[in-house]
Design a protein around this ligand. Sequence first.
Ligand SMILES: [Zn+2]
Length: 104
Amino acid sequence: MAEYRIYCVDRVSYGNHSHIDAVGAIDGSGTVHRFSREEVFERIGAGADEFHVIGPTSGKRSEVTRYRCELCLMQAIRSEADGVPDNNLDNQNPCLGGIITGPS
Ligand SMILES: [Zn+2]
């Protein structure tokens, strides 16, 4: 099992909402990885790896989990809602810059 800290996200817009499309993550040895949404989803589901976010200001950790979007039925990822804004997966800085417009 490997643990990854997600530090940036890329998002794609699907009409009236958006999803994480890819993430940048650092493993325990400090190596940087880039994973697609599908890769994160599958790695969590297989029980192989854990993903989390640590708030840059709060220092608080939030685990990343899988869910199925009710709007587009996509298999998506999000962080646990703990009321701490800076460890929310959606609030991490973009890896590549801004929201990409996807299929709507
Ligand atoms: Zn959706």
